[in-house]
Design a binder for this molecule. Structure first.
Ligand code: TTP
Ligand code: MG
Length: 364
């Protein structure tokens, strides 16, 4: 394995679905909020998708049956989930991160790893970059996140979770052992509650006495977890991002409550989406070859239509006409629309493109 020193970040959005519900309905702020089946009080069915930090104080957790969650927190407000909204906001946020032009791996709807090594050589500056990322995400999408910065991917992920919500935790190489020393054994990936309890019964509660042991000693004390722990404590786990994800498309989409044939609404949404997508294309100095549109009808059938140009372009009028052509036949569909998306793909950098250092990029 390649153990070149690297500075890696893990970013995870805070109580993501709940944050989106609060953003859309600010009255929910500071409430004991559960996202899940809104009929659970009657039907006793469903599981908690996520919940606010206030609800977590009562022991409510993602994946818990709604029935149990409501027993723990009888006054909770339940919000149903709006998944297309979550993916729309997630795409916008991941797009902000992709624009930094460094290796990125998006691992779920609300988390991503980034390799900061090419833009900074020190952890203090990395922490500052993390702060700028957080501010930019909040400024644009009104969602908070937590970031961990560390020499390996696993430690970066543990660090992003360490002080949630709305936190940055920087674990520079010289702090790795003290970071682990502060952790309960059950916080270690791979050591579940059961094994944690087993170790506790043998007097091993946290990592403090284990971090500076040799591999052999750890194997003697911990059995099969010994090797795993030694690698973890000594940064001998993965520290690079394999799939550098090049930007494949620029897109914006919007969900709304469309009425059949409401051309005025559709036209204004299409113009607005086009303008935003076009603006991103120009700001990011891309040229593109393929225009696509996505449309979702009120019965949830979703279609996409695309048209490729003969040559790369960033001509506004030409692209807008294509978007209008691609959407035209669906706007009068009697089912009515609930989502429209506009996307440009087959991207190429414009000749005058220069990667911008992150601080410059964000403060432009
Ligand atoms: P997480 O990042 O695990 O949780 P979270 O963002 O809600 O809270 P935290 O502040 O601790 O990061 O998951 C992201 C979203 O994925 C979450 O908001 C809802 C969804 N999800 C499910 O639908 N089911 C699940 O069991 C989990 C764990 C998450
Ligand atoms: Mg999260």
């Amino acid at each position: 394995m390649d153990y070149q020193p690297r500075i890696l970040a893990h970013l995870d959005l805070d109580m993501f679905y709940a944050s989106v519900e609060i953003r859309e309905n600010p009255e929910l702020k500071d409430k004991t909020l559960i996202v899940g089946n809104p009929n659970a009080r009657k039907t006793k069915k469903g599981v908690v998708l996520t919940c606010s930090y206030e609800a977590r104080k009562f022991g409510v957790r993602s994946g818990m049956p709604m029935n149990e969650a409501l027993q723990r927190c009888p006054d909770a407000v339940i919000s149903s989930s709006s998944r297309s909204k979550y993916s729309e906001i997630s795409n916008n946020i991941m797009s902000i991160l992709r624009d930094i032009d460094i290796p990125i791996k998006i691992t779920s709807i609300d988390e991503a790893y980034l390799d900061l090594t090419s833009i900074t050589q020190n952890y203090t500056e990395a922490g500052y970059i993390g702060k700028i990322m957080k501010e930019e995400i909040f400024k644009r999408e009104k969602i908070t996140c937590s970031i961990g910065i560390a020499p390996t991917l696993t430690i970066a992920k543990m660090a992003s979770d360490y002080n949630k919500p709305d936190a940055i935790t920087v674990v520079s190489p010289n702090l790795v052992h003290s970071f682990f020393s502060s952790l309960d054994l059950t916080k270690i990936p791979g050591i579940g509650k059961k094994s944690g309890l087993r170790f506790k019964s043998r007097g091993i509660e946290n990592c403090a006495t284990l971090v500076s042991k040799s591999r052999q000693d750890l194997v003697t004390i911990m059995g099969r977890y010994g090797n795993h722990l030694y690698d973890l404590f000594n940064c001998r786990t993965r520290n690079y991002i394999r799939n550098e994800r090049k930007r494949k498309s620029i897109s914006h989409e919007r969900t709304f409550h469309g009425k059949p044939g409401d051309m005025k609404t559709y036209d204004s949404i299409i113009s607005n989406l086009f303008e935003r997508t076009y603006q991103s294309l120009v700001n990011k100095k891309f040229l593109m070859k393929t225009v696509s549109v996505k449309l979702r009808f009120n019965d949830f059938e979703t279609i996409t239509r695309a048209k490729s140009l003969e040559q790369v372009s960033s001509e506004m009028d030409e692209l807008f006409i294509i978007v209008k052509e691609l959407t035209a036949e669906f706007l009068e569909d009697p089912r009515g629309l609930r989502l429209i998306g506009v996307s440009f793909s087959n991207l190429m950098r414009a000749p005058d493109y220069e990667p911008t250092p992150i601080s410059k990029y964000f403060y432009q």
